[in-house]
Design a protein around this ligand. Structure first.
Ligand SMILES: Cc1ncc(COP(=O)(O)O)c(C=O)c1O
Length: 374
């Protein structure tokens, strides 16, 4: 479209003249994202905060969700991966040409594999051999060595995490990144996610909630928001079925209830990690979100907001609505959309899989049309 222009006469370096026609006098440039001189690393974080309009109208509170699927590796775990690797570099634990080793079945491995390529490290991932082949393929095509190992409990020395640790110890110039207990993970969110949220809402953050895997995101954001708001921001931990964290908080550390299971991937925990332990005393309360609510929200976000998010993002939004209901009208409540639905689509948009898992009936009739996969 030809814009209303000043038709300024300009000169090219060749001396030829041309008439500027495409930039109108009153043109204002759009928001300009940063330029990353450090490539992938510098592009991690600074994600948009999205107001979820339908849910905000429904609740009379403003529900915001941070679009973490817009990180360059596709998930919130790019932040942890970057901070953990740069912390190891600062401590002299790894030097150019070295190897990053981690036990992970998901997004942290993807983040680490990207960062390893971008910074010139090798990346070795240990994961349970029950994981979908597509996850292993993705890591391999990102240049990582993938070692699928039999599933055994954390207490067994052959657990994938312990194998990763031993692998790193057996090499020179190698680091086991240990996402669960390495506090550089939580630090990523104290220094990036938390401050971004606070700045994006001009310091008007009444509530924050999210679920936990390593606990790095929840602990780091909570620590920052509690500090900057002088304790005023309400911080609520959301837990899926099968995770012990909710029961631990409810019982003041007396119980670890492992009952149930969830279709969500990357969250839920069988212990209190070092990352979460740092800030567990700051939690206002915790809530358990049933899978029926989370799957329904996957479909609602798609239908109402055009958002294609994974199960943990949907669970977080259900939790944000619960937190909002306990705050005064007009409050701002923030949560996170950790990743997109791409990696999970074969399941969560498959009618057969949803029926098998007893989830299909929880999707409202008018939204079942999105379950198009066999
Ligand atoms: C999709 C997804 N959501 C949430 C989380 C939880 O984040 P954190 O490990 O910081 O608790 C993860 C962690 O891997 C994840 O992959």
């Amino acid at each position: 479209m030809l814009l209303n222009t000043s038709r300024t006469i300009c000169r090219l370096s060749s001396g030829r003249r041309f008439v500027a026609q495409y930039i109108p006098n009153d043109f204002k440039p759009p928001f300009i994202p940063l330029t990353s001189e450090s490539g992938f690393a510098g592009a991690v974080g600074n994600t948009p905060l999205l107001k979820l309009n339908k849910l905000s109208q429904e609740t009379g509170r403003n529900i915001y969700a941070k679009a973490e699927f817009m990180n360059p590796g596709g998930s919130i775990k790019d932040r942890a991966a970057l901070f953990i690797v740069e912390d190891a570099e600062r401590k002299g634990l790894i030097a150019p040409g070295g190897t990053i080793v981690e036990g992970t079945a998901g997004n942290t491995g993807i983040g680490l594999a990207h960062i390893a390529r971008a910074k010139g490290y090798k990346c070795v991932i240990y994961m349970p051999n029950t994981q979908a082949p597509s996850k292993m393929d993705l890591l391999r095509l990102l240049g990582a060595e993938v070692n699928p190992v039999p599933v055994v409990p954390f207490t067994d020395p052959m657990n994938f995490n312990h194998q990763a640790k031993r692998h790193a110890e057996s090499l020179d110039n190698a680091v086991w990144t240990n996402q669960f207990d390495n506090l550089a993970n939580r630090q990523a969110h104290i220094e990036s996610t938390g401050p971004e949220i606070w700045a994006q809402l001009d310091g008007q953050v009444d509530g924050f909630t999210c679920s936990t895997g390593t606990g790095g995101t929840f602990a780091g954001v909570t620590r920052y928001l509690k500090d900057i708001s002088a304790g005023k921001t309400q911080c609520v931990l959301a837990d899926p079925p099968g995770s012990v964290v909710h029961s631990y908080i409810q019982s003041n550390g007396e119980a670890l209830d492992r009952s149930g299971g969830s279709f969500t991937e990357g969250i839920g925990q069988g212990r209190i990690t070092n990352n979460l332990a740092q800030d567990i005393g700051l939690i206002d309360y915790s809530i358990k979100i049933p899978d029926a609510e989370s799957i329904k929200m996957v479909y609602r976000l798609l239908d109402e907001e055009g958002l294609y998010v994974g199960g943990t993002g949907a669970l977080n939004v259900v939790a944000a609505v619960e937190v909002a209901k306990n705050l005064p009208e007009g409050s701002n409540v923030v949560t996170l959309l950790a990743d997109s639905a791409h990696k999970y689509a074969e399941r969560i948009f498959s009618k057969k899989w949803l029926i098998e898992k007893g989830l299909y009936e929880h999707i409202p009739k008018e939204l079942q049309k999105y379950a198009i996969l066999a």
